[in-house]
Design a protein around this ligand. Structure first.
Ligand SMILES: [Zn+2]
Length: 423
């Protein structure tokens, strides 16, 4: 991805650096050739050239670009799980994924980790974004997801004589698990997304207390992935699935819904970040009836919401790390609503705005394995910056309103927002 040239000074705003540190009320950010060279109080700003580009933050907020840690670029706002796989041909879903990536960037998300993708779309989308062919967040790609046969994602009935063609590699035993990861190695994925457990969405045989992979399969995934320098995450709701993931050596957990004392201790020992993705549950409860969800499914989402919120509070209170990501791409939780996750964590789960912003910036970069480059407003890092007309610490919901964005910057170049395209 190209970096900007010359000097950019962003001033007249409060500086929120993404580390959770106190706000610098009259802050300035200076960028040179796409890298941050100064982040601090206006009074301490070094001399800068007269021809520098100056962006006025209008008394609002200067902060790091947001990071969506559970992004499904190929989920196209579906109302039925089955549509995620092969409702449309891969060619069309690739275009939809490109539109979702552009939207995410316009929403202030300058980086994202894919939580799984139809076929290999996210791998190539990432390449297109990095080559500046299409706009979108810097991506960490996962390719196809892995699930045990008969598990949550194995929904095509046998009479159709097709497996899960596009979205999921179905496995049965450690040998299959290794083979699936080796396929992802060749495909160019960086993360391996697995399904250790079921979900409230499948109440009959794969609910949120059901396991969808064995420990041996998960262990085989991790050993193979780590050997090739890849990281592993998984959809973990049931307590035993969380425990298996932590013991097998997972690098992050998606959801981490039903954590108990033992799994919390394991999580903290290994310092594994968790991406709860909880606003999805609230939306399933509130809007599920519109989309034909049964009461049994909605009850399961309620249990998941309550368990997940409690686990998230406990993890953060105990010194653990949370990433912000929301499984957006369902009809009741569509692309573009990403920042609602942040408001939800303030208003419903009870986190402080600066904590949530840290989860959505610094911790996101740590999950991506790129915290040396992005995630905070620190000298030497790449200038992925969001400038907002408003005090997001006083009202986090401002981040949901793109019309308040003065600029969304990647590598010192304005890619979206009102300042986009100015010299
Ligand atoms: Zn997901």
């Amino acid at each position: 991805m190209k970096r900007g040239t010359g000097v950019v000074v962003i001033k007249n705003g409060q500086l929120v650096d993404g580390t959770g540190a106190a706000v610098v009320s009259n802050g300035v950010l200076m960028v040179e050739d796409g890298l941050i060279t100064f982040a601090g109080a206006a009074a301490d700003l070094p001399q800068f050239p007269a021809d520098a580009r100056v962006i006025d933050a209008r008394g609002g907020t200067i902060m790091p670009g947001l990071i969506e840690s559970h992004f499904h670029p190929t989920y196209f706002n579906v109302a039925a799980l089955e549509d995620l796989d092969i409702k449309y041909p891969v060619e069309y879903v690739t275009i939809l994924a490109s539109c979702n990536a552009k939207l995410a960037l316009e929403c202030g998300y300058t980086s994202a980790r894919s939580g799984g993708s139809l076929f290999n779309i996210d791998v190539w989308l990432k390449k297109a974004i990095e080559n500046d062919l299409v706009p979108g967040p810097r991506l960490a790609a996962s390719g196809r997801e892995i699930c045990g046969a008969g598990g949550l994602m194995d929904w095509n009935p046998e009479f159709r004589k097709i497996g899960m063609e596009g979205l999921v590699l179905l496995i049965d035993g450690p040998g299959d698990a290794r083979r699936a990861v080796r396929k992802l190695v060749k495909d160019g994925a960086e993360w391996v997304k697995t399904y250790p457990t079921g979900d409230a969405a499948a109440p009959d045989v794969n609910d949120h207390h059901t396991l969808c992979m064995t420990f041996e399969e998960m262990n085989a995934v991790v050993q193979t992935a780590h050997n090739h320098g890849m990281k592993v995450t998984g959809h973990c709701r049931a307590t035993e699935g969380i425990k298996n993931a932590l013991l097998a050596g997972y690098d992050s957990l998606e959801h981490g819904t039903f954590i108990d004392d033992e799994t919390l201790d394991l999580l903290l020992q290994r310092d594994v970040p968790v991406v709860p993705a909880l606003y999805f549950e609230l939306m399933s409860i509130e809007r599920g009836p519109e989309f034909g969800m049964s009461q049994q499914v909605i009850d399961g989402h309620r249990e998941t919401l309550d368990g997940g919120a409690e686990s998230a509070r406990r993890i953060l209170a105990a010194g653990g790390r949370l990433g912000m990501g929301g499984d957006y791409g369902f009809a009741w939780n569509p692309h573009g609503d990403y920042a609602k996750e942040l408001s939800f964590f303030v208003n419903y789960v009870g986190l402080k705005p600066l904590e949530v912003i840290k989860c959505a910036t610094q911790t996101g970069a740590e999950i991506l394995g790129r915290s040396h480059e992005i995630g905070t407003l620190t000298s030497g890092k790449v200038a992925d910056v969001l400038v907002v007309d408003g005090d997001v610490v006083a009202d986090i919901s401002i981040l949901q309103d793109r019309s308040r964005f003065i600029t969304v910057m990647q590598g010192g170049i304005s890619k979206a927002g009102l300042a986009c395209g100015s010299p």
